[in-house]
Design a protein. Sequence first.
Length: 58
Amino acid sequence: MPQILNIFPKVENKLLDILRYLEKQFENLDELDIDVDNKSEQELKEIVNHIYVLIYND
């Protein structure tokens, strides 16, 4: 059971890291809307790749 409960803080930390990164890239996320029109396709691909790294790089 402690091993299962240990998963929650890890998931929470990963989500917070992703949200911090998204806020850094797209500024204020309070309205829960990410405006991707201001980014080029290459920039969006880099953002997606960085999120993959945040999720899977352990």
